[in-house]
Design a protein around this ligand. Sequence first.
Ligand code: SAM
Length: 373
Amino acid sequence: MGVLWKLEPATAAKHRLYQRYLDAWWPILLQTSQKTGYARPRVTLLDAFAGPGRYEGREPGSPVFILDRLLNHDAVDRMNLSPRRVHLVFIEKDRARHAHLVAELEARFGPVKDLPVRVEVRRGEAGRDSLAVLDELGAWGNPILGIFDSWGSVNVPLGVMSRIAHNRSSEVITTFGPNWFSRREELNADTLDTVFGGRGFWTPADAELRSDERWRVWLHTYRDALRRAGFGFQLQFQLVPRTGQPLYLVFGTGSPAGLKAMKEAMWKVDDRDGESFRDPRTRGAEPDGQLDFFQLAEHSDPDLLELVTQRLVLGTATVEEIGDWLLRETTRWMPKHALKAVRELRGDGAVTLQSPGKLTNKSRISLPAPVRS
Ligand SMILES: C[S@@+](CC[C@H](N)C(=O)[O-])C[C@H]1O[C@@H](n2cnc3c(N)ncnc32)[C@H](O)[C@@H]1O
């Protein structure tokens, strides 16, 4: 592959997701709180596999659109941008791509030293150099968003994720390229040990031989790794573009608000260009063939109904607890989706109301007792 390459549909879809997410992330972190008057002293975004800044068809690469959307954000006047306060760090390993990125940023934005934020473009190795550059910039103690967007070889040690996880209000997004999960023979076992935190953590996933199951088990395995690293909340999904190969993302955050913001970003891009987010927990249940198009609009997504049923297999729960489980454990669904899904499952006789009175968030729900013959 040359310095630039063609923008694949899955990458374009991923960019739309990042853009939606960052549009929400910057003001949350940079605006002064109206209640307390508190403003965070520093915020750092690390794009550790930055790329050359542009695609063959001239579409912007991640460093360019990240900077562009920050500088042109609707709320930029309330963000108090300054080079001391806002740091954007781009790491690229390849010499020619690094040089291209430096030139591209300069061509688009002028000399980076004159920008209202600090922009560092480093030639280096994401796994080896991320912590050192965060040290150097004094990023710790304030929010960091780490984007680890490699193609095939996710080689960032879990120790890096763990440092970020234990830092205040910090998050990571890790992507896995197409075919990552089916190309195990190209992956070095010692590297995987550092990425997953030890051999015992990843060899069970590697033992899965069914091709359509591999992505699910590997994503779960990486999600578990981020949990062990210290992220209280994790989200994993397959990003399926309208055409072309899918990509895989795992997101780690310390707060339910971060999780909600990422899900809201997914809802905003969902379907717009035909992409979808596939939850590894579901098998892509087809809608009931009996329903016509207009009825379908009235009904919950079959994936949601399947997931609520999965939660109830674990035991009785209130609607509120089901909502919390949907937020923590599923790719797209939010607490607000629980009540409608339970109502619908109840109407179909697929769940039972355990508490008296009408169905509310406090109602206890279970699966119907099995009929014994
Ligand atoms: C998937 S591309 C990045 C695309 C870019 N983030 C975007 O969205 O436009 C991965 C990039 O990481 C670079 N790379 C590969 N290994 C790396 C490493 N260990 N550290 C930093 N960059 C690396 C590659 O040269 C390539 O430019």
